[in-house]
Design a protein around this ligand. Structure first.
Ligand SMILES: [Zn+2]
Length: 730
């Protein structure tokens, strides 16, 4: 942890939420949170355990989150009560710790069984217990945070003993048995041992961290292969945080490759508009944004933000900051009830549903735990001080002090104001340059790294101004559903759909409303690409907007607010665009398509044994398509495709209407056609049909009904038109 300090400005958007979060944590009774650990250690509890998950087999996990939250609050706010409570918990744990070092909310039974090498395991149970490593991981992490963020030395001694218990316990397990044990969700066990190695430099902890690398998940990522579909999302993210820490400690590049690949695939292919991921806690197919009540588990985004910090530190590129800003404003800030500080588990993306918050006494969910920590961490990424440069990442009003004494203020009311002043208040010991992120949503030109170099050498007394022009814009999903979200600058706007037939939304069990009705939202008939034309400002100061009646199919006007301001009401963060032209095209192709490839989409390409040389991929929002284009004049793309021997066949090459150029089409190394596109079709799909001689198919298929042949596209110019679809039709 760097000694940089960032303090939020009083009464600002994030500071108010941070204060609510601190009050929530201070209301919790440490003796009640400690009770499961006392009972497991054979001691009398000083108070009754809390309800819900704290009375189930995962009990004790909240104590770890509580320690991490208190530590982070001490670090970010200096709150004395938080420090007092934290020190009390650490002193209690010192007394509770077993002679062998074990501390947990359940007895060490499941671990003792696992350590013999002869144990039962599945994804969520180990030796018949519910995720025991996951649960104790939180206690490890809490103690490490107490040491690194508040210098509590006892915490380090306790966690070292606890770590030695695990090192000794697993000493006789074979690698095969160890990996089998990792089948069951185990939280950030790799990360805590990596942290301990970082702190102590004791090799036994490094060895242990590397034993905790879960090969089943990490190996494909090292080969940049996405096998995440169907896996429990929040189980996987901490594995990559551990790996990220291990890369920093060991310099092993395969770790970094895996982490960067994972981060990219989750943020670019598996995230919703608000920056969250998962449905029913699992990763679905890539590019799908299936709307549901149980999307966007809040823990996942807590973990993705932590992972973003590593990605940023390695690349010093605004990509990580763009994601961070989206997820922080639209998921994390939006996930805490503003008065009580209650936390969400899932954040629904289903139109007309509502947020469901946890009750204070009985909802000790995973997301309640990470939810305790979130507000304490709002300050973490605002500014970063690396290698002689101060990076301003987020426009959150705050005061930053570097380790060597620079003091910088970010003064702004953003997002309620469209500019910020960066003031250099005190000079530190060593010189610094200043870089400020140019957000993507300003539509201003960006440098290669997305940061503007404001000064090579800053001095006290200087002020740097930043313009932050916010516009209404939309983000379309990439799943052809016609769904889109409306944003103002980085803020996702939600339609406030009223409270009709809303139940009490503060609950013990996160699943109680999973079959409760949602309210339908009208389709938008206006053009989703030009929201400025059909959304009006109602209240500029509170960022309230309204859609025009003429924009919706049923003539309703919807009030739009930043999603973080939506509480205790039905809402929608997704809208559906009626698109008759697209529907017609789909219908036309549906009955005649023999085979179909979507260039730039991994699953589709893998299924068609994709080969390429010198190509680039990307996404065109105007037509909601991924693409691949051929570069350098020597590149090619090829796919294995199916042809129908009972019919005449055509190849349909779909390109972007604005792109000009020539593409040569080959089948099994025979040139079939040279397609020249004028690029005059505008922001639309251009379909070019190429006849496939029956003779070619017949020769290949012989007496079979189908033939499989290589379709190869070549471009002899410096770059080809962007190729969006490739289809074989009857
Ligand atoms: Zn959770």
């Amino acid at each position: 942890m760097s000694a940089q300090k960032t303090v939020l400005e009083e009464n600002s958007l994030f500071q108010k939420s941070q204060k609510t979060g601190l009050e929530y944590v201070l209301r919790l009774d440490p003796d009640r949170l400690l009770a499961p650990c006392r009972i497991a250690a054979g001691k009398r509890p000083k108070a009754a355990t809390y309800g819900g998950w704290e009375s189930m087999q995962i009990q004790g996990h909240s104590l770890g989150h509580y320690m991490s939250a208190l530590s982070a609050f001490v670090n970010s706010t200096g709150n004395a009560q938080a420090k007092e409570k934290l020190d009390y918990v650490v002193s209690e744990l010192k007394e509770i710790q077993c002679a062998d070092g074990y501390i947990g909310g359940v007895p060490s039974v499941p671990f003792d069984t696992a350590f013999t090498g002869n144990f039962e395991v599945d994804r969520f149970s180990l030796a018949k217990y519910w995720v025991p490593w996951y649960s104790v991981h939180k206690i490890y992490a809490g103690l490490i945070d107490a040491y690194t963020l508040t210098q509590n030395k006892d915490a380090l001694e306790i966690v070292k003993k606890m770590a030695d218990w695990a090192v000794n316990g697993t000493a006789n397990m074979t690698e095969e048995q160890f990996q089998k044990m990792l089948t069951c969700e185990h939280g950030g066990m790799c990360k805590v041992f990596a942290d301990l190695y970082g702190i102590t430099k004791d090799e036994k902890y490094l060895k242990m961290a590397e034993r905790f690398i879960h090969q089943e998940i990490v190996k494909p990522a090292m080969k940049q292969s996405d096998r995440l579909q169907g896996f429990h999302a929040n189980t996987q993210i901490p594995k990559f945080i551990g790996l990220a820490k291990l890369y920093e400690l060991t310099g092993k590049t395969e770790y970094r490759t895996a982490v960067e690949f994972f981060f990219d695939t989750v943020t670019k292919k598996r995230s919703y508009a608000i920056g969250g991921n998962s449905i029913g806690e699992h990763f679905g197919p890539e590019y799908q944004e299936i709307l549901g009540r149980d999307t966007c588990e809040t823990c996942n985004t807590y973990n993705m933000l932590e992972l973003s910090e590593y990605i940023f530190r390695w690349n010093k590129n605004a990509d990580a900051a763009d994601y961070y800003e989206t997820a922080l404003y639209n998921h994390i800030l939006a996930s805490q009830e503003p008065v009580t500080g209650a936390k969400t588990y899932f954040v629904s993306t289903l139109p007309g549903f509502y947020k469901v918050y946890g009750s204070f006494e009985n909802a000790f969910w995973c997301c309640t735990g990470t939810g305790m920590e979130n507000p304490a961490r709002y300050n973490r990424f605002i500014a970063k001080d690396y290698d002689g440069t101060i990076y301003i990442n987020l426009f959150i009003p705050s005061a930053i002090t570097t380790e060597d004494g620079w003091k910088i203020a970010i003064e702004t009311k953003f997002p309620y104001e469209q500019s910020a002043q960066i003031k250099i208040l005190y000079e530190g010991k060593n010189p610094r340059s200043l870089k400020i992120r140019t957000p993507l949503w300003t539509e201003d030109a960006r440098t290669a790294d997305g940061y503007e170099l404001k000064s090579e050498k800053i001095s006290a007394g200087e002020t740097y101004s930043v313009n932050l022009p916010m516009n209404l814009h939309t983000r379309r999903t990439r799943d052809r559903s016609g769904n889109f979200s409306i944003l103002y600058g980085p803020l996702v706007l939600a339609a406030d759909m009223g409270k009709r037939a809303m139940p009490n939304d503060t609950v013990d069990n996160q699943l109680v409303y999973m079959n409760s009705p949602a309210q339908k939202i009208s389709a938008i008939t206006a053009d989703p690409l030009t929201p400025q034309g059909w959304i009006e400002v109602l209240d500029k100061e509170n960022l309230t907007f309204a859609t025009k009646e003429s924009a919706a199919e049923n003539g309703t006007s919807y009030t739009l607010k930043p999603f973080y301001d939506i509480h205790h009401t039905r809402y929608s963060v997704y809208f559906n665009a009626l698109n008759p032209a697209e529907d017609e095209r789909e219908a036309k192709y549906e009955s005649i398509t023999v085979d179909f490839v979507e260039p730039g989409r991994q699953q589709s390409e893998v299924e068609h044994r994709f080969k390429n040389e010198a190509t680039e991929m990307g996404y065109i929002p105007e037509v909601d398509r991924s693409y691949r284009k051929i570069m350098s004049g020597e590149g090619f793309i090829s796919y294995r495709m199916k042809f129908d021997n009972t019919n005449k066949n055509k190849i349909v090459l779909t390109t972007y209407g604005k792109d000009a150029g020539t593409i040569k089409v080959y089948i099994d190394d025979t040139e079939l056609s040279s397609v020249t596109l004028a690029g005059t079709d505008g922001e639309k799909l251009t379909d070019t049909q190429i006849e496939v001689p029956a003779k070619i198919i017949k020769e290949k298929a012989k007496s079979r009904r189908t033939a499989i042949m290589n379709v190869k596209l070549i471009c002899e110019q410096s770059q080809s038109p962007r190729i969006l679809e490739l289809r074989v039709t009857k």
